[in-house]
Design a protein around this ligand. Structure first.
Ligand SMILES: NC(=O)c1ccc[n+]([C@@H]2O[C@H](COP(=O)([O-])OP(=O)(O)OC[C@H]3O[C@@H](n4cnc5c(N)ncnc54)[C@H](OP(=O)(O)O)[C@@H]3O)[C@@H](O)[C@H]2O)c1
Length: 230
């Protein structure tokens, strides 16, 4: 049985990863910033016969990450899904830029996933798959930049760059690092006009993840396997 850890697991793409991996028989460590408020996730966990457990995790807090490491007590993790993310608000243009929110967005979207991966590295090294997935965005592509969404785009570009760096430095440990764009997905972040449902996006991402081999480490791909230009 595989063990999968998902961050931001209380809604959107994260909770769909929990549902699908659990349905597939995996053990799922579902992390949420405020577990007490994660009603839907707690319900999934309650019905899972112990396969899904819920853990508090704020990816922007070093103390919270340390607490998770203690709680997991060295148990192996096969697949890490660094999914938690924020969009960065409405003031993201050259003419209206909110620097405070930018700082906060970098902490959640760029620094948080790196800190989570490195804190859980001992657990991943003990796992069978050794796959560290960062849910990024096509908006992290500098090639495809349109001048808008400065905060969100730069936070995902920084995430991609840092994860690419980790893919190189962790290659000797056999860790496979992948940046995945989930597509435009109907969630609180993606909105109701998005083109994909969470179940379709996550099913495609899981297929991509299961087919990964060490030669894929450091790639930046869309959910359907399409290469995204940096
Ligand atoms: N939806 C799309 O179209 C789309 C497209 C490209 C990329 N993405 C990426 O996909 C990922 C999931 O997005 P989504 O669409 O599912 O968004 P969402 O519905 O807004 O969910 C975001 C999740 O991240 C969690 N989160 C935010 N800040 C956190 C923190 N500091 N610590 C821990 N968890 C935190 C949220 O928890 P709370 O409920 O506690 O806030 C929530 O569970 C994100 O990385 C996003 O950038 C989404």
């Amino acid at each position: 049985m595989s063990t999968v850890l998902v961050t931001g697991a209380n809604r959107g793409i994260g909770i769909e990863f929990v549902r699908q991996y659990a349905a597939d028989g995996a053990r799922v460590l579902a992390c949420a910033r405020v577990p007490g408020a994660a009603t839907e996730l707690l319900d999934i966990a309650a019905k899972s016969k112990g396969k899904v457990t819920v853990h508090p995790l704020d990816v922007a807090s070093a103390a919270s990450i340390d607490h998770l490491v203690q709680e997991l007590d060295g148990q192996p993790i096969d697949i890490l899904i660094n999914n938690a993310g924020v969009y960065g608000g409405d003031h993201q243009t050259a003419h209206n830029l909110d620097y405070e929110t930018w700082n906060r967005t970098l902490a959640v979207n760029s620094i948080g996933p790196v800190r989570v991966l490195l804190a859980l590295l001992p657990n991943l090294k003990k796992g069978k798959d050794k796959k560290a997935i960062a849910i990024t965005s096509g908006m992290g592509s500098t090639t495809n930049h349109d001048g808008a969404a400065l905060i969100y785009r730069s936070s995902k570009a920084a995430l991609n760059n840092a994860m690419h760096g980790l893919s190189l430095s962790l290659r000797p440990d056999g860790i496979i690092v992948l940046m995945v764009h989930p597509g435009w997905v109907k969630t609180d972040m993606g909105g109701r006009n998005a083109s994909l449902s969470p179940d379709v996006s996550v099913a495609a991402q899981r297929k991509l993840i299961s087919a990964l081999t060490p030669k894929d480490t450091g790639r930046y791909l869309a959910f359907d396997g399409r290469e995204i230009p940096w």
